[in-house]
Design a protein around this ligand. Structure first.
Ligand code: NAD
Ligand code: ZN
Length: 248
């Protein structure tokens, strides 16, 4: 009774831009924000993932990210992550993988070039001096465990919070200019600017090849009208079929 989906055509000159969101990690057991619940200890995510929350209650913010570090460490990549890693093996630099996710499941499934536009769960940085982010797997569950930078600033998660500017936007724009296929997986289509990427790709300069755009997820995203085709299903079931790299 499992549904089956046709493989999408990716030719020898295509450049594929992939954008993933929280939904691709849902089958690995990591909660999405807008799915069922979408709350943490009764708080809306904006109340634990914003500069305002950090100013008001850093202890609560670190408890939230410590919980997410624990959950991500305990989770394993699923078939959707592996299908994208396999596709990178075939396409090489003709595949660009941009994720809104802060977990490391793409890397752990073998993807080598992953761009995290919203930061990374296992990186921290100073909130004051602009010093470089560093690898950090520690849990900060009480204020007593919080760390300070040499400059006196507080160490915060290296996450792009609501109201902050996403990372790597120049690189992302350049890739959107070049791609001929856009594949968006498990994102609600409401968090900007990521929700606009598919439209940007399709509106770029005249004379360029027509961009085919695909969405994969169990619900239609808010920007469903921007896609050539919506595959309504779970990422772990749909991606291995539509990206099948063997039996050509
Ligand atoms: P979202 O929480 O707003 O929406 C999740 C989307 O995933 C929904 O559209 C839902 O239909 C879809 N989905 C649920 N199960 C799925 C499945 N099995 N396969 C495919 N799709 C599925 O997520 P968002 O749009 O990515 O935006 C929220 C922000 O919070 C982003 O920055 C996001 O990356 C971040 N976030 C990250 C993680 C993580 O790193 N794992 C988890 C939660 C939120
Ligand atoms: Zn500092």
């Amino acid at each position: 009774m499992a549904e089956s989906w046709e493989k999408i055509a990716i030719g020898a000159t295509d450049r594929v831009f992939v954008l993933t969101g929280a939904g691709i990690s849902a089958e690995s057991g990591l909660a999405t924000f807008r799915g069922a619940g979408g709350l943490w200890e009764g708080h809306r995510v904006e109340e634990v993932a914003s500069p305002y929350a950090w100013q008001r209650d850093p202890e609560m913010v670190w408890r939230f990210y410590s919980m997410r570090r624990k959950a991500a460490s305990a989770a394993a990549p699923n078939a959707a992550h592996y299908a994208l890693a396999e596709l990178e093996g075939v396409l090489g630099e003709r595949l660009f993988l941009c994720t809104q996710n802060v977990d490391n499941l793409h890397e752990r499934s073998g993807s080598r070039r992953v761009l995290h536009m919203h930061g990374e769960l296992f990186q921290s940085r100073c909130d004051h001096c602009g010093g470089e982010a560093f690898a950090d797997t520690r849990l900060y569950e009480t204020a007593a465990e919080h760390a300070r930078c040499d400059c006196g600033g507080r160490i915060r998660p290296d996450i792009v919070w609501f109201g902050e500017v996403p990372y790597h936007m120049e690189r992302i724009s350049a890739e959107l200019e070049q791609c001929t296929v856009m594949l968006v997986v498990g994102t609600s289509g409401v968090v900007q600017p990521a929700a606009s990427f598919v439209r940007w790709a399709r509106q770029r300069g005249a004379g360029s090849a027509v961009v085919r755009s695909y969405y994969v997820g169990p619900e239609h995203p808010a920007n469903a009208g921007d896609f050539t085709q919506v595959f309504e299903g779970k990422a772990g079931e749909v991606l291995p079929q539509i990206l099948a790299t063997d039996g050509e």
